[in-house]
Design a protein around this ligand. Structure first.
Ligand code: NAI
Length: 246
């Protein structure tokens, strides 16, 4: 049985997930990197090496695949220290133009996928009597035009975080969320220049955050020193969530 400290990171192949993976590896975790993107996932193994990371091609919306992933991890490793639910997607549109498919797919990945991963991790961490779950929400949960699906899914992630903090507290498992603002990743690079310029101009910092800014907050919540912090949402958004909007 492998005694390494294990951290599972979903959506690990790119953007924020990759930065979280890299940071947790620097903090001496062995990372199980989960993603649907096989090609980018395999590149991670080449980049970080088999002694630091293993890649699992798993769609987090699929209950069976998620259960099989956890069965495999439990068979191979002695404990799961950290779960980071980072995988997420956007399918933006005003509600009158949004399809049910775009609503469902965002809900499925962002909320149901995180819930499925949390459920399997909770079953294990409850028995271990230790563990850390960090859910990547978004400041969009406060409400963003064109994101009725995404904002609702991320509000759900925050509610999920708060409930699990209550349910798992006495088992010494802490559950927190991070609400990033505008971060420079493939997700935001897919926005038009016009939209992106507007978003950057609206930032108090006048710039985008970097994936490492989120990874640093994850590392803090994943550390041994933060046991008494649970059910919280930490904003990593350059101050975008403060002020009265004038
Ligand atoms: P990204 O699009 O650059 O990377 C997301 C990763 O998740 C990809 O590698 C993708 O293949 C993977 N993924 C998607 N669906 C999956 C599934 N069903 N199962 C497993 N993996 C799946 O996204 P980015 O920007 O790095 O975002 C990461 C998280 O941060 C997301 O939850 C996102 O909602 C959140 N976030 C991002 C912000 C930003 O400005 N980039 C702002 C606020 C929140």
């Amino acid at each position: 049985m492998n005694k390494k400290r294990i951290a599972i990171v979903t959506g690990a192949a790119k953007g924020i997930g990759k930065a979280i993976t890299s940071r947790l590896i620097s903090d001496s975790f062995f990372v199980v990197a989960v993603d649907v993107d096989d090609k980018a996932g395999k590149k991670l193994v080449t980049e970080f090496g088999k002694t630091k990371l293993s890649f699992a091609k798993v769609d987090i919306c699929n209950e069976k695949s998620v259960q099989q992933l956890f069965e495999k991890i439990v068979n191979e490793y002695i404990e799961i220290s950290v779960l980071v639910n980072n995988a997420g997607i956007i399918r933006d549109n005003m509600i009158w133009k949004m399809s049910v498919e775009d609503f469902d797919s965002v809900m499925n990945v962002n909320l149901k996928g995180s819930w499925l991963m949390c459920r399997e991790a909770a079953r294990i961490m409850k028995e271990q009597k230790r563990g850390r779950i960090v859910n990547i929400a978004s400041r969009a949960w406060l409400g963003n035009k064109g994101q009725s699906n995404y904002s609702a899914s991320k509000a759900g992630v925050i509610a999920l975080t708060r409930v699990l903090a209550l349910e798992l507290g006495k088992y010494k498992v802490s559950v927190n969320a991070i609400a990033p603002g505008l971060i420079d990743t493939p997700m935001t690079q897919s926005l038009s220049k016009e939209v992106l310029d507007k978003l950057i101009a609206a930032q108090p910092t006048n710039e985008m955050g970097k994936p490492d800014d989120v990874a640093n907050a994850v590392a803090f919540l994943a550390s041994e020193q933060t046991q008494f912090i649970t059910g919280q949402t930490i904003y990593v958004d350059g101050g975008k969530s403060i002020g009265a909007g004038i």
